[in-house]
Design a protein around this ligand. Structure first.
Ligand code: MLT
Length: 407
């Protein structure tokens, strides 16, 4: 008789954004005259700039003739795109070899996939609160114990609090795989070089691996803040970086990302290059490469013109962030983030729970946000608003909050 993966039963609830979508749909059905304004999931809204559309179109055109048609590509990704990404790092003074870069179809699937090269007994550590995929996928993979009092057993939670500026210190106890997200989703906090160095030192000492999610790196405007873990000396020995074109280029629906597995990375009983080879083995077995059309679009993103156009859109979203933050502060709310990340992290008023505030905001202002507790126990009492959206919608949402929120 076939059996199911019973780890699914350990999961505390539905996937956060699916739960929000469900509740929002319910609200809209019960209030058909209300216009719901969505500042919940961080979903890009602005059209792709012309240079990128040209790149994607070129990808389509190439499929139309015998001379340029391509079928399966390299599982590791188009060599031209890997090279362009190596240059992307080089322009920042970081050496990443083409062979260390693997093109993916986005960061979200990569974050669980990467676990397959690690033993099932590895202890994981996560920032708390953080993007729920790290925890949920490890629960499904069986790396955690049961869920009690808002926490899974066997996970090391690293608290991100107002006191530590939402950037934790490395854990006191041992951890094998440490997930770091900077700029952080959901708090919008960015770790400094010094703070990341503490994690690199910890990882080297404990022979742990840092899994560094840099999906929001392009939103950093403060030049002193690191945009890659490899800006930290020693990181090549202990860190994997996962990145995405989703937020930097509006590819949330297009799907493209990349993963860096340095040749120098060594873990227990492996030699230099072996972890990279393991991932290559995994990819060649389970992945046929990202779409050739989309990779052509990725090349356009990394071109000079593509970078210039993408920056303009990022600036647009960050202007949204400013508008939201300023309005909330004016209302007397305590607000964080939104300066080097597209997320605004709000302390809920009057010690309301995150879900209570979700209901209040939706009912009173028709604005959808994301309850902080959905990102982990440390997010309780906080609430996230996303700065992705058309300006007029952001302005309407802000006006509605200013006018209708009773605090
Ligand atoms: C978020 O809203 O946290 C993200 O957009 C979700 C995602 O990237 O999967």
């Amino acid at each position: 008789m076939a059996t199911i993966n019973t780890n699914f039963h350990k999961l505390a609830g539905s996937y956060l954004f699916a739960e929000i979508a469900k509740r929002t749909k319910q609200f809209a059905e019960n209030n058909p005259s209300a216009t719901v304004m969505r500042l919940g999931i961080g979903n890009t809204t602005e059209p792709l700039p012309s240079s990128i559309i040209k790149g994607l179109s070129l990808g389509v055109q190439k499929l139309a003739s015998v001379a340029t048609y391509s079928g399966y590509g390299d599982e590791q990704g188009d060599a031209r795109l890997r090279l362009a990404l190596a240059d992307f790092y080089k322009n920042r003074g970081i050496t990443v070899l083409e062979q260390e870069i693997f093109i993916s179809d986005g960061a979200k699937p990569e974050l669980p996939n990467i676990q397959q090269i690690f033993g099932s007994n590895n202890v994981i550590a996560v920032q708390d609160p953080v993007y729920p995929v790290y925890v949920d996928s490890n629960v499904i993979a069986g790396r955690t114990g049961v869920y009690t009092n808002g926490r899974y057993k066997k996970i090391v939670y690293m608290p991100c609090t107002q006191k530590n500026g939402f950037v934790p210190m490395p854990p006191k106890e041992h951890a094998d795989l440490i997930y770091l997200c900077s700029p952080n989703n959901p708090t919008g906090a960015v770790a400094t070089k010094k703070q990341l160095k503490a994690f690199v030192d910890f990882a080297i000492k404990h022979k742990s691996v840092l899994i560094f999610d840099a999906a929001y790196s392009e939103f950093i405007s403060d030049k002193t803040l690191p945009r890659s873990i490899y800006e930290i000396p020693g990181a090549q020995k202990c860190a994997i970086e996962i990145n995405s074109f989703s937020k930097m280029a509006g590819f949330t629906g297009v799907r493209l990302g990349w993963t860096v597995i340095p040749l120098e990375l060594v873990i227990e009983k492996t030699e230099k290059g072996e972890v990279n080879k393991l991932w290559n083995r995994r990819q060649t077995t389970m992945f046929n490469g990202a779409s050739n059309i989309v990779q052509e679009g990725g090349l356009a993103v990394l071109s000079k013109e593509g970078q210039r156009e993408c920056k303009k859109i990022i600036t647009y979203y960050m202007e949204n962030a400013k508008i939201i933050k300023k309005a909330l502060e004016k209302l007397g709310l305590t607000v964080f983030g939104g300066e080097n990340a597209p997320y605004i992290w709000i302390k809920t008023p009057k010690n309301m729970s995150s879900w209570e505030f979700f209901d209040k905001l939706l009912n009173e202002t028709h604005v959808v946000g994301t309850p902080g507790s959905g990102f982990g126990p440390g997010g309780e009492g906080y609430f996230r608003l996303s700065a992705f959206g058309h300006r007029e919608n952001i302005e309407k949402a802000v006006q509605s909050i200013q006018k209708n929120l009773k605090i």
